[in-house]
Design a binder for this molecule. Structure first.
Ligand SMILES: Cc1cc2nc3c(=O)[nH]c(=O)nc-3n(C[C@H](O)[C@H](O)[C@H](O)COP(=O)(O)OP(=O)(O)OC[C@H]3O[C@@H](n4cnc5c(N)ncnc54)[C@H](O)[C@@H]3O)c2cc1C
Length: 410
């Protein structure tokens, strides 16, 4: 009988098994896939942005939900500790724009390979094709797990690291929520986060494939500003996507009614500068069609469509555009509204928002406050962050702390 069972061989589970093994515990990791770290392989477009080379305070500012819960986990395994751990186990790293950390080899598979070697070093065992179905509870505490084929495996403690529900083909099927519920936990409804958005308006679909750099996206609920940031976005066959949109999606309230999205296509110019710029372009080419002249300000496809969005006929010449119409164009260039009809589904989201409420977990140990002997870590918890290596680091650091704490409690 192992001391500790780890359920799930993703970033959190692998790190939990390593930390527990390093503390001398006898560890068995159970993974239902044919291999561990299936999601790690697809992270960072196959390059795995495994952490972010920032301070703890900077890190917490990038966490959309429950950043303070991570205080002890980030002390147990800081981004610098994570980088040292990987490099000392033979994985050279490189730091890119935005202090995003990748393996120097640019191969996500090298991260999983390194983690597997670390498990071997501490004699932690891994069993694949092990589909855990239930937690076993005896005398009010965890006594082990039961697999789908009926096998009961006893242990002193169980670390649940089954992830969220995004990209279910990687094995993150949401089983952990059900099992945590069996142990008395509640689950905050899972929602897609870091996800693309569908729009009520049809015009973004007409621009499918067009990306815009250096635009500002803001989200508002009535007069309240929920989010505002500058960056890159993409028009798609359903609406909008790209880094700026994914990040904005983290800041949406659960219900989308009353939320409006606004694009500023020319954020570097003040309204006065933009007005002068438009006037200058119009004066320089008075006989050319408005939509042609707008190409000096916008990508061609957007320039062709834009006059319509402002309610102005793009076929008219610039000389024919009235002062009032120029004002309309100017206003729309800096405040182009979109209505979000829905988020893309959870299966397409980068992370799952929601999960086990952090108030049900001791942040200093990752031990359940509800069920003795049960530890929870990774995306299963109601903690999620922006892109930049933060989500994987949340999994690594909470997994590390869970493994360490479970072993020390033996
Ligand atoms: C396309 C994509 C790209 C991403 N890129 C990045 C990035 O570059 N940087 C970053 O920081 N984050 C990235 N993320 C997010 C990051 O991958 C996750 O937040 C992180 O992997 C979560 O780790 P986890 O161990 O908690 O869960 P998971 O990685 O989901 O691991 C859970 C494991 O548990 C197993 N499991 C589930 N149920 C059972 C069961 N009943 N029995 C046995 N095993 C079970 C699963 O098979 C899986 O292996 C990306 C996500 C996606 C989808």
């Amino acid at each position: 009988m192992p001391d500790i069972l780890v359920v799930g061989g993703g970033a959190a589970g692998l790190m939990a098994a390593y930390a527990a093994g390093k503390e001398g515990a006898d560890v068995l990791l159970l993974e239902h896939n044919e291999k561990t770290g299936k999601k790690i392989y697809i992270t960072g477009k196959g390059r795995c942005n495994l952490t972010n080379d920032c301070t703890r305070d900077e890190f917490m500012r990038e966490v959309a939900r429950n950043p303070r819960f991570l205080f002890s986990a980030l002390n147990a395994l800081s981004p610098q500790d994570m980088m040292d751990l990987m490099e000392s186990h033979g994985l050279p790293l490189t730091v890119e724009r935005g202090r995003r950390v990748f393996p120097a080899s640019q191969k996500a598979s090298d991260v999983t390979r390194t983690l597997m070697a670390m498990l071997k070093e501490v004699h932690a065992s891994v069993r694949l094709h092990a589909d855990v179905e239930h937690l076993l509870i005896r005398d009010g505490r965890i006594s082990g797990v039961k697999t789908k084929d009926g096998e009961e495996i006893s242990a002193g403690a169980v670390i649940l690291a089954t992830g969220g529900m995004s990209y279910p083909l990687t094995g993150s099927t949401g089983d952990g929520y059900r099992m945590a519920k069996e142990a008395g936990h509640t689950v905050t409804a899972p929602l897609p986060s870091l996800t693309a958005l569908e729009t009520k308006e049809d015009w973004p679909r007409q621009l499918q494939g067009l990306s815009l750099k250096n635009v500002t996206l803001s989200l508002r609920a009535g007069k309240k500003k929920l989010y505002e940031e500058q960056g890159e976005m993409l028009f798609t066959h359903f609406g909008i996507s790209g880094p700026l949109v994914l990040e904005a999606s983290c800041h949406l309230p659960e219900a989308l009614e009353g939320v409006s999205l606004h694009l500023n296509l020319k954020p570097a110019l003040t309204p006065e500068q933009l007005s002068a710029r438009l006037q200058r372009e119009f004066d320089a080419q008075p006989r050319r069609a408005l939509s042609t002249v707008l190409q000096t300000l916008l990508p061609q496809r957007l320039a062709a469509l834009f006059p319509d969005l402002a309610g102005v006929d793009g076929n008219r010449t610039c000389a024919e555009i009235s002062r009032q119409e120029r004002t309309l164009l100017m206003e729309k260039l800096q405040d182009l509204p979109l209505t979000i009809s829905r988020r893309r589904p959870l299966s397409e989201a980068i992370v799952t928002r929601g999960g086990i409420p952090v108030k049900e977990v001791d942040p200093g140990t990752m031990h359940s406050r509800i069920m003795p002997g049960l530890y929870l870590c990774g995306e299963l918890l109601d903690v999620d962050a922006h892109t930049g290596g933060y989500n994987l680091h949340i999994a690594f650091s909470t997994g590390y702390l869970a493994g360490l704490s479970a072993a020390r409690a033996m």
